[in-house]
Write a protein that binds this ligand. Sequence first.
Ligand SMILES: Cc1cc2nc3c(=O)[nH]c(=O)nc-3n(C[C@H](O)[C@H](O)[C@H](O)COP(=O)(O)OP(=O)(O)OC[C@H]3O[C@@H](n4cnc5c(N)ncnc54)[C@H](O)[C@@H]3O)c2cc1C
Ligand SMILES: NC(=O)c1ccc[n+]([C@@H]2O[C@H](COP(=O)([O-])OP(=O)(O)OC[C@H]3O[C@@H](n4cnc5c(N)ncnc54)[C@H](O)[C@@H]3O)[C@@H](O)[C@H]2O)c1
Length: 481
Amino acid sequence: MKELSCDVAVIGAGTAGLAASGAAHRAGAKVLLIESGSSGTTCAQVGCMPSKLLIAAAEVAHQAATASIFGIETAPIRIDGRSVMARVQHERNRFVRSVLKSYEAIPAQSRLTGLAHFVDGQTLEVENEAGERSRVRAKAIVIATGSRASVPKTFQSVAARVLTNETIFELETLPASVAVIGAGAVGLELGQALHRLGVRTAIFDRDTDIGGLRDEGMNRHARSLFAEELDLRLGVDIQAEPAPGAADCVRIKWQAKSGEGAEGTADFSHVLVAAGRPPNLEALRLQRAGVKLDEHGVPEFDAGTLRCGDSRVFIAGDASAWRPLLHEAVDAGTIAGHNAARFPDVRVSTRSAPLAITFTDPQIAIVGDTSLKPRLVGKADFSDQGRARVMNRNRGCVRLYADPSTNRLTGAEMIGPAVEHLSHLIAWAVQGDAQVRELLELPFYHPTLEEALRSALRDLCAQLRLVPAYEVGSMEYGPAI
Ligand SMILES: Cc1cc2nc3c(=O)[nH]c(=O)nc-3n(C[C@H](O)[C@H](O)[C@H](O)COP(=O)(O)OP(=O)(O)OC[C@H]3O[C@@H](n4cnc5c(N)ncnc54)[C@H](O)[C@@H]3O)c2cc1C
Ligand SMILES: NC(=O)c1ccc[n+]([C@@H]2O[C@H](COP(=O)([O-])OP(=O)(O)OC[C@H]3O[C@@H](n4cnc5c(N)ncnc54)[C@H](O)[C@@H]3O)[C@@H](O)[C@H]2O)c1
């Protein structure tokens, strides 16, 4: 067995691992980055980028299909599934190549290929595909092993027809029909994109909340908006079996969990499982790492330092199951790598305001800590919002949350056109501890979607008696805002 030593060993060369390794290196540490697979990162290869590429194609198809609203007639739309997938893969491969380039720029002696597990809190064993083993002794270790799609046992009997985010983007053409399991971010984004690309699609979820929304009113609103377009089967128990007499089909049976109402059966060529992404921790043999595990087997850690208890182990990215998003993986990796390099001089970093966006149409965005109570809710609606109507995208609403004792903005939940942009403004305001009155005084251009934010701020300020109540239909700011 090869014996290696370093200051910081990083397990996983995904987004968090690359950030950790870079930060540790910049802090002067001798780093060893351990990767079991090809790297290329979940984001570039099977996550953010290919999903947004598929969504981009679906947006074009949708615009063409709805162009007649603007008096523009298009020839019947023909979607060429092979060309759609070819572009997704071509552009995705460019992103992957750029990631691999930065990975390969790391000196060879600072990289190790193989699957790592703990021997003790400072020692790892790494085995490559050829069965060669290395033992790595490190002053500190960063776990950055990411997450993977979980496929419930229900789908074992139809495994050959099951797709996940790891396989769907490899298809040569669009599937004929898809049962999407899960109405979280992955299921809603891909389910709507497939639907708009002409794939018969139904989206199933055992729960009735969708897209990560927490507020029941917002969930109701989102359900009714998406149900106008998509076949949504929420709050159901699902069974899957091979369709009788059709080897290449899956039969999905569903029944409302409440026992009342909807039940049904339908056949699909594929099942896309988007039922959550647990962290990749099993292979690590964490019981030897000297870290305390929570009830899900995830190491307990401090979000400001990324350190696991009082150990020499740090954790970052999806592996920690905390805010499993790209920008958080970068931040967490950077903090973990820096602290691992400085160990035991570990510093606390302030984490950014929570921000999550689901790239559906309308988009869903969640900002800040939406669980804080008591709170005031400032409301605005897109149905009669000027710019949204101009674009025929006047669906959805804004809910801004403020702390009535400080008059500060604490968060927001939104569903609406391009709320990816509004949500950034709100996240920056929440992180900057902004007062709602100050925000109302900032410039708002007309006609823009941002005017919906002003309406919600105005509503909050009126409730706080900082401005007079806003009269619906008033022309104070111009038409339809
Ligand atoms: C379909 C989809 C769409 C998404 N869209 C978005 C989006 O639009 N915006 C957004 O912010 N987030 C999005 N995400 C989430 C985002 O992709 C992840 O949060 C992010 O990629 C996680 O990065 P990571 O470094 O933690 O994990 P990864 O990039 O998965 O890296 C983990 C690495 O660890 C390696 N590894 C695992 N175990 C071991 C071991 N024992 N030994 C050695 N190596 C190991 C793996 O091979 C892998 O390379 C999406 C996710 C999916 C699935
Ligand atoms: N735009 C983005 O930023 C984006 C896009 C995709 C993914 N992501 C990240 O990836 C993470 C994982 O996404 P996800 O959508 O896979 O997970 P999720 O946890 O967000 O949603 C999974 C859904 O599946 C349902 N579910 C679980 N088991 C089920 C079963 N047996 N039958 C029916 N329904 C079941 C759950 O009720 C839940 O609604 C997200 O939390 C997010 O952080 C982000």
